[in-house]
Design a protein around this ligand. Structure first.
Ligand code: F6R
Length: 612
């Protein structure tokens, strides 16, 4: 989604802003722009990539030590030069960048139009810019005060930075529902929608809270108020992020790097939590809520996309070993369907970014009904991490590729640890089995590394099927969510239509699609319903479909039936998703590369979906 960078200090702003926009490219966007204040306030913006913006400003004077910049992911109005940010106010006295959506922009715009404002763009952002200008003029207040008053009239979500043509010494920033971080350097400030553009300059940051507004000034310390005019003391935190995590480290794409990081990211998710040697699991972040989990009659998991798939694996895990009913809900459906929620429910919200608008809204709803909310997030300090009662971070490190890979396996790892801990607390598992599972879980990073060792077979399969129009993915039990995730990975980065299905459901509909052109990926690992899945392979072959089977190593039976076979190491059934997902991520990756797709920034997609 949209990205924000702003700078105020003694250095030239433009290189910092452009560098920051490049760091934010991973979020997904369709236009970019920058505003610089030197003798006058100038805005340059264009449809396309940050590189297009750089070309666009080649001939202009880019001097200035204060500026704001933006990457836009279109919501109101198509992606074009005019709708790109920053937006000038009518008098060109202020310019503004904005992430989020102003829901009541239409009545605000009509009212401003009756007062003579003429709008150039179709955006909600230009409405907010002129609203601020109008208030400043009519109420004769400072810009800070005008922003504060305007934000009281706004319904919706925003992270904004405002620059004043007449004031080269300050910027104003505010947030509600869309994150904003202020980096505090020795003698300068860096503002951004996440910490990635800031980390190379300073580790000291202040995360604005919802409805907070900040005055960032050369001559005084950071000043923060709520939009209801209450003073706040800035809370400075230290970033733990590592700069190398934001670089490709020799890989061609971030996605490939992140796929290969999984042995380490899974290990990091377990670190300090899994103690196989002494037979224990400890999750410090939720320790105070363990009794709530033990007493809960039900767990509800809310999430979107890939995180929802991790939630499905969680459902199988919790029900299997901790014997507690679990419902897994798309957050976007849950929030609007008047769900039955009891105070005794524990809701687990899963989100890589920690900023997904639907998941945040689902949390709010469950909170209002008195449920206990636990979070599983990757981004430290994110909105979801802060909105939940307690939670555990996945510690997978920054995920830059838009398609989620290492975050998924880290989420599944954490859900596994939670389920194991709950099973231990509830006594639904024997000590011997518990210790056996811990030992096997500890071996998973090495097994993922083994799964990653050779890409030859996957590349061969990718070569063969890269031009097909459809793919089907089948799995049962723990492998059903794996099938869904495999299909999602393929469709989002290669634009090939792919569907994931529970294998046994194939005969209730999708079997009609099968012909000699149709590749079907079947996850047929040894345990659980293996024999039944093998029957499904035969049903596909009987209709001349092409079968790519993911099997447990040493399984020779499937070789005789499938067109291609990929082996993964043997493990406990409940840990198979952590291994079986990996070749599917690679298959999607190589097919997308061969099709010439932009793997790290697929069209139309955003890394954190901060709008409904
Ligand atoms: C798919 C993908 C998305 C996200 C979804 C939720 O590869 O990344 O489906 O999983 O948008 O995002 P988070 O986990 O940030 O809430």
């Amino acid at each position: 989604m949209c990205g924000i960078v702003a700078y105020l200090g003694p250095k030239e702003a433009y290189p910092i802003l452009i560098n920051g926009l490049r760091r934010l490219e991973y979020r997904g966007y369709d236009s970019a722009g920058v505003a610089l204040l030197n003798d006058s306030l100038e805005v340059y913006k264009t449809k396309g990539k940050v590189a297009d913006l750089e070309n666009f400003v080649k001939e202009v004077d880019l001097r200035g030590t204060i500026g704001i910049a933006h990457t836009r992911w279109a919501t109101h109005g198509e992606p074009n030069d005019v709708n790109a940010h920053p937006h000038f106010s009518q008098s060109k006295e202020i310019a503004l960048i904005h992430n989020g959506i102003i829901e009541n922009y239409a009545p605000l715009r009509s009212e401003l139009e009756t007062r003579g404002y003429v709008f150039e763009s179709s955006t909600d952002t230009e409405v907010l810019t002129n609203l601020i200008e109008d208030i400043r003029k009519n109420e004769n207040v400072s810009l800070f005060e005008a922003v504060r008053i305007a934000l009281n009239q706004v319904i919706g979500a925003y992270a904004i930075v405002v620059i004043d043509a007449k004031d080269p010494n300050s910027l104003i920033a505010a947030r509600k529902g869309s994150p904003l971080v202020i980096g505090i350097g020795n003698d300068d400030y860096y503002i951004a929608s996440d910490a990635t553009p800031i980390i190379e300059y300073t580790r000291n940051v202040v995360y604005l809270d919802d409805e907070e507004i900040a005055l960032i000034s050369r001559s005084s310390d950071l000043k923060i108020k709520t939009i209801r005019n209450k003073e706040k003391t800035p809370y400075v935190q230290e970033l733990e992020m590592n700069l190398s995590a934001l670089e490709k480290g020799g890989f061609e794409h971030f996605m490939l790097k992140e796929i290969f990081e999984q042995p380490q990211s899974i290990r990091d998710s377990m670190r300090g939590r899994l103690h196989a040697d002494i037979g224990s699991v400890s999750l410090g972040g939720i320790i105070d809520y363990e009794q709530k989990l033990v007493n809960a009659k039900r767990i509800i998991i809310v999430a979107c996309g890939t995180s929802w798939h991790a939630g499905l694996v969680g459902e199988y895990l919790f029900e299997d070993i901790a014997r507690i009913p679990v419902e897994v809900e798309y957050a976007s459906e849950f929030r609007y369907r008047n769900p039955v929620i009891y105070e005794s429910d524990v809701v687990i919200a899963i989100s890589q970014s920690g900023e997904t608008a639907d998941t945040l809204a689902a949390i709010d709803l469950a909170k209002q009904k008195g449920a206990t909310i636990l979070g599983i997030c990757n981004v430290v300090g994110s909105s979801i991490a802060r909105a939940t009662h307690a939670g555990s971070y996945t510690h997978a490190g920054p995920e830059i590729g838009v398609a989620s890979t290492k975050a998924f396996t880290a989420q599944v790892t954490l859900l596994t640890l939670m389920a194991l801990r709950l099973a231990q607390l509830k006594g639904t598992i024997t000590k011997t089995r518990f210790v056996h599972l811990l030992n096997e879980l500890e071996r998973i990073p090495d097994k993922v590394a083994k799964t990653l060792q050779s890409s030859k077979k996957v590349i061969e399969i990718a070569e063969k099927y890269k031009d097909v129009r459809n793919f089907l993915y089948l799995g049962r039990g723990y492998n059903f969510p794996v099938a869904l995730e495999g299909a999602l990975k393929l469709k989002e980065i290669s634009y090939i239509h792919a569907e994931g299905y529970p294998a046994a459901e194939m005969k209730h509909g999708p079997i009609a699609l099968i012909d000699e052109e149709m590749p079907v990926v079947v996850i047929a690992t040894n345990k659980g319903t293996y024999d039944k899945v093998v029957s499904n392979i035969q049903e596909v072959k009987a209709r001349k479909g092409q079968v790519i089977a993911i099997v447990t190593e040493g399984n020779v039976a499937v070789y005789g039936m499938a067109d291609y076979v990929i082996e993964i190491p043997e493990t406990e059934e409940m840990f198979v998703p952590l291994l079986a997902t990996v070749p599917l991520q690679k298959l999607a990756y190589y097919i997308a590369v061969m099709r010439g797709c932009n793997v790290d920034q697929p069209r139309n997609l955003a890394k954190s979906v901060t709008v409904e």
